[in-house]
Design a protein around this ligand. Structure first.
Ligand code: 0X9
Ligand code: CA
Ligand code: CA
Ligand code: ZN
Length: 400
């Protein structure tokens, strides 16, 4: 009898340990994968549990790997090379001293105080920050408008800037805040800036995914956290929905551009707009008249535009939107100006041409859902190169 109880207890303990192990943060290896042909590269990308990102070359992507991922590579016969045994530690080691919060990147709380201080110093061309609603865990999603007569809804083109939909991409947020500072500091002295502020209504949402970003601060307080999704408890021991797969645009049209598996990094959620964060974004966009939008991501040195998936619009489009040439012109001009600032040429194109298929992504809905709102010329910038990775050294923030 005692023996039986002991066995039951042991099983229970094992079950609890598994549950704990699944919800606990695990560090990643940075691994270069070397498939020897394009077919094998495609095969590699078909394993949706693998967190693959751009590498130094197209044929050799980087994998942010758990130990079991290496077993998969071995089983499938992919050559690979471990670059860092613990990429979080590597990121932390090149970030600033622990005395500076998050290795030189603003925390969520610091983003909030930054918005407050911009408004305090420039009250005539900014609104006070306002919330467009709360995240799943109840954190406000703060927005600030920059324009002349900021409290008045004027007849000026409206523009939307946002960042940190992916929690491990803080260089996008620093880029967005740099631009807010640039506009407010140079208003009245720089003619181009003054013209923009006088004749546009620019809205800034620096942190689309506060729960994921705060989670990274908890697990990796000095920076380098690799959490991407929101913090939805999926009920199977896994957490998080990829917010950039949760929009109502070709949502879940295949398992290539997003994943039905909750534990994967591109999990699309249980339904389009199932997540509070995407609902807030949707309602805010529907309440305004945006003509253009940028969402800042990292990394790969790209300017991307719709469509996200190669056979959009469904059921069998060719992946090019009706405004393809306009988008090309916008993206190429952006790439041109980026080059004048930092001497890096960004590649331009649709997500599926330059990266991989994305379904349920934000810009397809922003551009395509014209029953709900204006047609938004929405683009994604992927800032920085493979050596920058997700937490570039702080000395790289200004150049980026
Ligand atoms: O996969 C993504 O969501 C983006 N790349 S990232 O490495 N930052 O995760 C690309 C998104 C393309 N944009 C949209 N389809 N909206
Ligand atoms: Ca105005
Ligand atoms: Ca207006
Ligand atoms: Zn991203």
């Amino acid at each position: 009898m005692k023996y039986k109880l002991l066995i039951v207890a042991a099983f229970l303990l094992a079950a609890i340990c598994t549950a704990l192990a699944q919800s606990e943060y695990r560090t990643h290896m940075l691994v270069k994968v070397m498939p020897d042909s394009k077919d094998r590269l495609r095969e590699l990308y078909s394993f949706s549990q693998l967190d693959l990102e751009a590498g130094e070359t197209f044929m050799e992507p980087y994998l942010y790997a758990y130990p079991e991922d290496l077993l998969l590579l071995q089983r499938e016969g992919f050559a690979y090379e471990i670059i860092h045994e613990n990429v979080e530690q590597f990121y932390a080691s090149r970030l600033e001293s622990p005395l500076v919060t998050m290795g030189g990147y603003r925390t969520y709380a610091e983003i909030v105080t930054t918005l407050d201080s911009i408004h305090t110093v420039h009250p005539t061309i900014t609104t006070a920050k306002f919330s467009i609603g709360n995240s799943l865990e109840g954190r406000p999603m703060w927005v600030m408008k920059i324009s002349d007569n900021p409290e008045v809804d004027e007849n000026e083109a409206e523009i939307f800037y946002n960042s940190l939909i992916h929690a491990r991409e803080p260089a996008g947020m620093e880029n967005l805040i740099y631009f807010m500072n640039y506009l407010t500091h140079n208003y009245g002295s720089n003619a181009e800036v003054t013209d923009l502020v006088n004749n546009r209504e620019m809205y800034f949402l620096p942190c689309v995914n506060p729960d994921g970003y705060e989670y990274n601060r908890t697990t990796n307080p000095t920076g380098g956290g690799m959490w991407r999704k929101n913090r939805r408890n999926n009920g199977d021991g896994s957490y998080g929905v990829d917010l950039n797969r949760n929009f109502d645009a070709a949502w879940g049209i295949d398992d290539n551009g997003s994943s039905p598996t909750p534990s994967t990094e591109t999990y699309r959620g249980t339904a389009p707009f199932s997540e509070p964060e995407t609902q807030r974004l949707r309602d805010f966009i529907n309440s305004r008249e945006f003509v253009t939008e940028i969402d800042y991501h990292t990394y790969s040195n790209l300017v991307l535009y719709p469509w996200g998936t190669s056979y959009y619009p469904p059921p069998s489009g060719n992946g090019l939107c009706p405004d393809n040439s306009t988008f090309q012109m916008i993206a190429d001009s952006m790439a041109y100006f980026i080059h004048t600032v930092n001497s890096v040429w960004y590649s331009t194109g649709t997500a599926w041409q330059l990266l991989y298929d994305v379904n349920g992504g934000s810009f397809d809905w922003e551009y395509g859902a014209t029953v709900d709102h204006f047609k938004v010329f929405a683009v994604t910038t992927e800032i920085g190169g493979a050596s920058d990775g997700f937490w570039p050294a702080p000395s790289r923030i200004i150049p980026l």
